[in-house]
Design a protein around this ligand. Structure first.
Ligand code: 2NL
Length: 369
């Protein structure tokens, strides 16, 4: 119930004091809920308005109504009470003004700029390559960057003493010596472990591409980095042939570098494919001539050809590790390929220093916005 000023029957100092106490306590309660500008006006008018505000009512109901002999003392009490009410109302109004300032926004301040970044040129190149294979119906698979020796080497047909298994070439995690070799952890040196992991999960036919970060123990220079990016692909089905490999990769290179590039395959070796090949594309800088005007073409070293990826038919020894999931090398076959995204991005953007990608210099990166 809202407080109303009572009429007094007893005008003794004690009775006036008691009524004053009740009035101040009502004022205290009401001042808590004063928040908005409208609240403030209502609150101020209720207590201080000259016409019928509570202070005016005190004057009428307590002072003017007091009998002659009590007037002096009631007057003193009422004056003291008026002063108190005025100062409490002012304090309540000031307090709610301060709270309002805290929560309000100063729209004259400059805004916070949140510049939109750009796709890193390596990721952009990666997405373009992955996109070409997606259009052919390939799925995208990803996997862990920290791998076991088993997935990174053993299941990929690397012999036990292959140099890549040495710490000279691969980055192993510390304190692994007590574990059996196949459980030892290292930073994956290629994305191939994800192919094995995917074949363990999905039965053939399978068509996947795997983009991701890989690590090797190489000191950084203009063409090396201990961290770089790879995209590998794998197609497994009945009757997959080297002709399928050539047709697929020839199409992919034309989609990436233009329909007039030519492709060429030269014999090579990888532990996980047999036969294996390196694929070259005719130089899309000089058009295959080896020359730029009178100058030698640098990206292809005047040969007219650029080595772009490694590939081959999946070695039956690799399928043996996932034979239990439908990959019987007597029944199915497959091709696989792997390419370095960073090197392709360098060729695409005409860079001669790989390190530019990793230094985070905005003057370099802004050119790709
Ligand atoms: C390169 C060569 C290659 C593969 C990667 C692969 C994976 C499995 C089985 C067979 Cl599970 N092969 N991957 C095959 C040939 C070449 O990469 O120069 N990469 C940068």
């Amino acid at each position: 119930m809202a407080y109303t000023v009572p009429k007094l029957k007893d005008f003794s100092p004690e009775a006036v004091d008691k009524a004053a106490g009740e009035l101040l306590s009502a004022l205290g309660n009401e001042s808590v809920s004063v928040k908005s500008e409208a609240d403030k006006k209502t609150f101020r008018d209720r207590w201080l308005a000259r016409k019928d505000g509570i202070l005016t009512q005190i004057n009428d109901l307590w002072l003017k109504a007091a009998p002659k002999e009590a007037k002096r003392e009631v007057g003193q009490g009422v004056n003291k009470l008026k002063a108190e009410v005025e100062s409490k109302v002012e304090a309540a109004l000031a307090k709610s003004a301060a709270a309002e300032n805290e929560s309000s926004v100063d729209i004259s301040l400059p805004g916070i700029r949140r510049p939109i970044g750009a796709e890193h040129p390596i990721i952009r190149t990666q997405n373009e390559i992955v996109g070409v294979f997606k259009n052919l119906g390939y799925s995208v698979a990803e996997g862990p960057v920290i791998e076991t020796d088993y997935y990174n080497f053993e299941a990929l047909n690397f012999p036990p003493n292959h140099p890549a298994r040495d710490t000279q070439d691969s980055l192993f995690l510390a304190n692994q010596e007590s574990k059996p070799r196949r459980e030892q952890l290292l930073l994956r040196t290629h994305t191939s472990p994800v192919q094995i992991r995917t074949m363990e999960k999905l039965t053939p036919p399978l068509r996947i591409v795997i983009p991701g970060k890989v690590h090797r123990n190489d000191p950084p220079d203009a063409s090396h980095s201990p961290m770089f990016h790879q995209i590998e692909g794998l197609a497994v089905d009945t009757n997959i042939t080297f002709g399928d490999l050539k047709g697929t990769l020839d199409h992919a290179m034309k989609a990436l570098f233009g329909s007039n590039v030519k492709t060429s395959f030269r014999p090579s070796f990888f532990p996980f494919t047999e036969p294996s090949a390196e694929m070259f594309v005719s130089c899309f800088i000089c058009g295959g001539s080896g020359k730029r005007g009178a100058d030698p073409c640098r990206p292809c070293k005047q040969t007219g050809w650029i080595e772009i990826l490694g590939c081959g038919m999946v070695d039956p020894n690799v399928f043996e590790f996932v034979k239990h999931n439908g990959y019987d090398p007597e029944k199915i076959s497959g091709f696989a390929f792997g390419m370095g995204v960073d090197r392709i991005a360098m060729l695409k953007y005409g860079l001669d220093d790989l390190q530019l990608f990793f230094q985070g210099d905005v003057r370099f990166l802004q050119q790709f916005g």
